[in-house]
Design a protein around this ligand. Structure first.
Ligand code: ZN
Length: 168
């Protein structure tokens, strides 16, 4: 969000008011550079703070677009992506904060995407976590395998306890 007077990117919120329908927030801001005040209307109560310091409303569409590339050629439907974006939004809103780092959105995408498609997950993680070498991929794949084996052994344990229950 640029200051309309001097284009400075940093501003301080001095007052926030939610609209009657609850869908937008009117913020009174003060520029940290020129000290002038201005108002913004933000249509989502969830604001994303980008790496540049600029802010924008959270958008599920952007989550979908960000993940779609990683899912190219994978058996992932538009519905899957919509559900994933909804899950990401829910988990972010569940954290209770009105402002969220763009980085945290990436983090929130990793979990659901991993459940959806491991290859897409690796692609997304390699870009998002800036994999620089084969070792980074190896480490991510090792972690995936370890988790999968852990899940499988937990399933085994469930079966075992069932059997114990039957014999008792
Ligand atoms: Zn300014």
């Amino acid at each position: 969000m640029h200051c309309p007077f001097c284009r400075n990117q940093d501003s301080r919120v001095i007052d926030s008011r939610t609209s009657d329908d609850g869908l937008s927030i009117r913020r009174r801001r003060q520029c940290t550079a020129c000290q002038k005040r201005f108002s913004t209307i933000e249509t989502s109560s969830l604001t994303v703070v980008k790496r540049s310091g600029a802010t924008e409303p959270f958008s599920r569409e952007k989550v979908v677009n960000g993940v779609r590339k990683a899912c190219q050629g994978r058996p992932v439907s538009d519905d899957d992506l919509a559900i994933l974006a909804q899950r990401v939004e829910d988990s972010i809103r569940g954290s209770g904060s009105a402002e969220i780092d763009a980085n945290e959105i990436g983090l929130s995408i990793l979990g659901p995407l991993r459940e959806l498609d491991e290859v897409a997950y690796l692609r997304f993680a390699s870009v998002y976590q800036d994999f620089g070498s084969l070792e980074d991929f190896e480490a991510a794949i090792t972690a995936l395998r370890a988790d999968r084996e852990k899940a499988e052994s937990q399933n085994d344990e469930v079966v075992d306890t069932d059997e114990v229950g039957v014999t008792e």
